[in-house]
Design a protein around this ligand. Structure first.
Ligand code: AMP
Ligand code: GLY
Length: 421
C-alpha cells in the first residue's frame, strides 16, 4: 500500500517504522519529516496544512491512505477537505478534533455521554479564577481551553502560581479550573472508524522534566507499556481495557456520532486511576507522543490494516489488535534548556552504536542532516526505545544505548519505568 504520513516528530517516526516493519512492501512517504523519517520513508516537501497540495500529491502518486500525525492540522480541519475528495484519511475532521482542541467541548461531550471525569468550572476573569481556586482548594489544576503544546496545564499547591497561570491564558478566553484527581496516570489509545473502536495496550507517560516527577511539565520525557500494576488492580490489562472501552471510549464515540460529527482516527484517553474509579483528565485526537513509540513496537497486528480499516469504516471486520508479552520502555533525550529554552543546532553522535544494543532502536523527534552529520533541531530530540522480556532488562538496554549517544548539554530522566522494574 502507498501511505502518506503527515508530521515531523518521533510519533510519526514510530508510525512509519511500524508500517515499514510489517514487511509487506508498503511505500511510505512522510511530510515534512525529519532526518530519521528520511531514513525510513520518502520525504515529501508538503505543508501539512495545504490540503490542495496534499490532495494533488495523493492523486499523482496513487496514495491509498493518509495518516495525520499531530493535533494542529487535525484541529485546523485538514482531514475534512481530503475526505471530501474521497481520500482515505486516518484522523478526525475539524468538528470531532475539538475533543482535543477545546477542553470545554471535551467536558460537554463527557457530560452528555456520562463519562467519569473531574468536576470543573470556568473562570473568565482573574476574580472569578481566584474565587474558583478557593472553592476547589489545593492542589490546584488550571487548564487553558485550546491547544498549548502541553504547556496549557498547571498542577500546583501554590495558589499564586495557579492564579498567575490563569491570568496568562485568560486573554484567550475562559480557563478551566478542575478538581485535582489523585492516582496513577494511564494513556489508552482507541482506533475508531466513527462507530467501532479497537483498543491498543495501556501505557504511562512521564510528563515532568526531572527525575521523581519534579520540574516543569513537558511534552513527555519517557514512557513504558504495559502497566503491571493494572494487572494487580484489575486482574489483567484486558479487564482494565474492557472497562475503559465500555465506560469511556464507546460512549464518547457514540455521542460524537449522534451529534453528526463521527470520530475517525485515534482517540487518546488520558486517564487517572483514582480510589473512586477511572476518570478522564483529557482526550487527544491523535496518537500520543512518546507513548506511540512504545505501544506500536509491541503490536503484532499489522498497523496498515487497522489504520486503513478505521479510515474506511470497516474496523468491525478487524480482529482485536494483539500485543507481544515483551515490554517496552522509551527514554527521551532532550536538548539543553528544554522545556523553557532549548538550545538547537548541536551535533548528535553515536546513534549507530546505540542501535546495536540488542532490542534498541531510536526514533527521531527533532533532527536534521547537516554536513553529512546529524543535528538537533528542537527540544525533544530522540526517543531511545528498548524492548525486552522484563522492565529491568528494557531499562538496562535503553540506558546503555543512551550512554553511547553524544549531544552536548542534553538531558534525560533516569527513572523511566524504574518503579516497575
Ligand atoms: P492534560 O494536558 O490535561 O493532560 O494535563 C497535563 C498533565 O497535568 C496530566 O498529564 C496530569 O499529569 C496533570 N493533570 C491534568 N488534569 C489533572 C487533574 N484534574 N488532576 C490531577 N492532575 C491533572
Ligand atoms: N503524551 C502526551 C501527549 O501525547 O499528549
Amino acid at each position: 500500500m502507498k501511505i502518506l504520513v503527515l508530521g515531523s516528530g518521533a510519533r510519526e517516526h514510530a508510525i512509519v517504522l511500524a508500517l515499514v516493519n510489517e514487511g509487506a512492501g508498503h511505500e511510505v512517504f512522510a511530510a515534512p519529516g525529519n532526518a530519521g523519517l528520511g531514513r525510513d520513508a520518502r520525504l515529501v516537501d508538503l505543508d501539512m496544512f495545504d490540503t490542495d497540495a496534499i490532495a494533488g500529491f495523493v492523486a499523482e502518486n496513487g496514495i491509498a491512505l493518509v495518516v495525520v500525525g499531530p493535533e494542529a492540522p487535525l484541529v485546523a480541519g485538514v482531514a475534512d477537505p481530503l475526505r471530501e475528495r474521497g481520500i482515505a484519511v486516518f484522523g478526525p475532521g475539524k468538528a470531532a478534533a475539538q475533543l482535543e482542541g477545546s477542553k470545554a467541548f471535551a467536558k460537554r461531550i463527557m457530560e452528555s455521554a456520562g463519562v467519569p471525569t473531574g468536576r470543573a468550572a470556568y473562570a473568565a476573569t482573574p476574580d472569578e479564577a481566584a474565587a474558583t481556586l478557593d472553592a476547589f482548594g489545593a492542589p490546584y489544576v488550571v487548564k487553558a481551553d485550546g491547544l498549548a503544546a502541553g504547556k496549557g496545564v498547571i498542577v500546583t499547591d501554590d495558589r499564586a502560581a495557579a492564579l498567575a497561570h490563569a491570568e496568562e491564558f485568560l486573554p484567550g478566553g475562559p480557563v478551566l479550573i478542575e478538581e485535582f484527581l489523585a492516582g496513577e496516570e494511564v494513556s489508552l489509545f482507541f482506533l475508531s472508524d466513527g462507530d467501532t473502536v479497537r483498543p491498543l495496550s495501556p501505557a504511562q507517560d512521564f510528563k515532568r522534566a526531572l527525575d521523581g516527577d519534579e520540574g516543569p511539565n513537558t511534552g513527555g520525557m519517557g514512557a513504558y507499556s504495559p502497566l503491571p500494576w493494572l494487572t494487580t488492580q484489575f486482574g489483567s490489562q484486558e479487564a482494565f481495557v474492557r472497562e475503559v472501552t465500555e465506560r469511556v471510549a464507546l460512549p464518547v464515540i457514540r455521542q460524537l456520532d449522534a451529534e453528526g460529527t463521527p470520530f475517525v482516527g485515534l482517540l487518546y484517553a488520558g486517564l487517572i486511576v483514582t480510589t473512586d474509579g477511572v476518570k478522564v483528565i483529557e482526550f487527544n485526537a491523535r496518537f500520543g507522543d512518546p507513548e506511540t513509540q512504545i505501544v506500536l513496537p509491541r503490536m503484532q497486528t499489522p498497523l496498515s490494516q487497522l489504520l486503513f480499516a478505521a479510515a474506511t469504516g470497516t474496523l468491525e471486520d478487524q480482529p482485536a489488535p494483539a500485543f507481544s508479552d515483551d515490554v517496552a520502555v522509551t527514554v527521551v533525550v532532550a536538548s539543553e534548556g528544554y522545556p523553557a529554552a532549548p538550545v538547537k543546532g548541536r551535533e548528535i553522535t553515536g546513534l549507530d552504536e546505540a542501535e546495536k544494543v540488542p532490542g534498541v532502536h531510536v526514533t527521531h523527534a527533532a533532527t536534521a542532516k547537516e554536513d553529512g552529520g546529524l543535528i538537533a533541531t528542537g527540544g525533544r530530540v530522540l526517543n531511545v526505545v528498548a524492548t525486552a522480556p522484563t522492565f529491568a532488562e528494557a531499562r538496562d538496554r535503553a540506558y546503555e544505548a543512551i550512554a553511547l549517544i553524544g549531544l552536548e548539554g542534553s538531558h534525560h530522566r533516569t527513572d523511566i519505568a524504574a518503579k516497575v522494574a
